[in-house]
Design a protein around this ligand. Structure first.
Ligand SMILES: Cc1cc2nc3c(=O)[nH]c(=O)nc-3n(C[C@H](O)[C@H](O)[C@H](O)COP(=O)(O)O)c2cc1C
Length: 319
């Protein structure tokens, strides 16, 4: 598959996830060879106002795999200006968020609210495309609700406006993250457009990735929640798609070691005061499903320094 002139090394992508796919986690994920990574969604309006925190989110590290910067907004001109700022940081593409279901975002006409206005979706892509040289992609959902399934219409509109690829999450806005993703809508979008379609929703392992590719004809799969604390899913899926062989899941020692590395990347990037609280959720994800991990959870949540958290992790590895 080609996104503009960029050819991903494999069809296993990791989803944009706010509060999760920051630079430290992308650095971790990059060790597992994803075809493409995405930043967290970044507010175009905040970028244009030169908000410091948002500008920082544009920074890509030297040891990350190919990264797409995702922006959210609704005003074509604001998104175009934000895209110019983003492009200077060297992303493979600029992605526009047209699927975020959060009430605060959709009330503002952004994220999934755009699914109700395919014409505006097209204008946004046209404006951003005119502003940057890198390819412009979009990430959409099935529709607003079951009465308003607009994925095909929106995909056609953004393709006509020059989008280089479209990701389809097979849930409506009304479903948020509940229920089951509808893969049939991914297949329908794939049949309706000629740009690459990236399938998203409920890919929870290597077999599901193969099933989605087969059932929908999508060019790549995008993994979201199943990658939380589990970046191994990326290399295991790539390997499975290439060879049909299922590699064993990571050992406890491997999980703890990677959590430790993740913590150090977070501290390096954000400083201990911010990193330690942010690491708590990741640490619990890394330990998910491991027998006896629960009794460490409370302690991980109370840890306030890197040394404290590292000591708890070391204890878990020895337990
Ligand atoms: C914590 C979290 C944060 C998310 N943030 C974003 C985001 O910033 N941009 C976006 O397009 N989608 C976001 N999503 C949606 C995911 O990219 C993905 O579409 C969704 O989780 C479905 O894929 P999955 O079933 O593999 O998790 C987020 C999802 C989660 C769980």
């Amino acid at each position: 598959m080609l996104i503009g002139s960029f050819r991903p090394a494999n069809p296993v992508f990791v989803a944009p996830m706010a509060g999760v796919t920051d630079r430290p986690f992308r650095r971790i994920l990059s060790r597992f060879g994803p075809g493409l990574l995405f930043t967290e969604m970044i507010s175009a309006a905040a970028l244009v106002q030169r908000n410091r925190r948002s500008l920082r989110m544009l920074e890509l590290g030297p040891d990350e795999g190919p990264v797409v910067i995702q922006l959210f907004g609704k005003d074509p001109n604001v998104l175009a200006e934000a895209a110019r700022l983003a492009e200077a940081h060297g992303p493979v593409a600029i992605d526009i968020n047209m699927g975020c279901p959060t009430p605060k975002i959709v009330r503002n006409g952004e994220g999934a609210a755009l699914l109700r206005n395919p014409e505006l979706c097209g204008r946004i892509v046209a404006a951003v495309r005119a502003a940057v040289r890198v390819p412009v992609t979009v990430k959409i959902r099935k529709g607003w609700d079951e009465q308003e399934v607009t994925a095909v219409e929106v995909a056609r509109a953004v393709e006509a406006a020059g989008a280089a690829a479209v990701t389809v999450h097979g849930r409506t806005r009304q479903m948020f993250y509940g229920g089951k993703a509808d893969w049939e809508i991914i297949r329908r979008v794939k049949e309706a457009v000629s740009i690459p379609v990236i399938g998203n929703g409920d890919v929870d392992g290597p077999q599901a990735a193969r099933a989605m590719l087969e059932q929908t004809g999508c060019a790549a799969v995008m993994i979201g929640r199943a990658a939380l604390g589990n970046p191994w899913i990326v290399s295991r899926t790539v390997h499975f798609l290439q060879t049909g062989e299922l590699l064993p899941p990571p050992s406890l020692a491997e999980r703890v070691a990677l959590a430790r590395l993740h913590l150090s990347y977070l501290v390096e990037d954000k400083g201990e005061r911010i990193a330690v609280p942010e690491m708590r959720k990741h640490a619990v994800w890394y330990l998910k499903g491991l027998p006896g991990a629960n009794r460490f959870k409370d302690r991980l949540y109370r840890a306030t320094t890197e040394a404290e958290m590292a000591a708890i992790l070391a204890e878990i590895a020895e337990a």
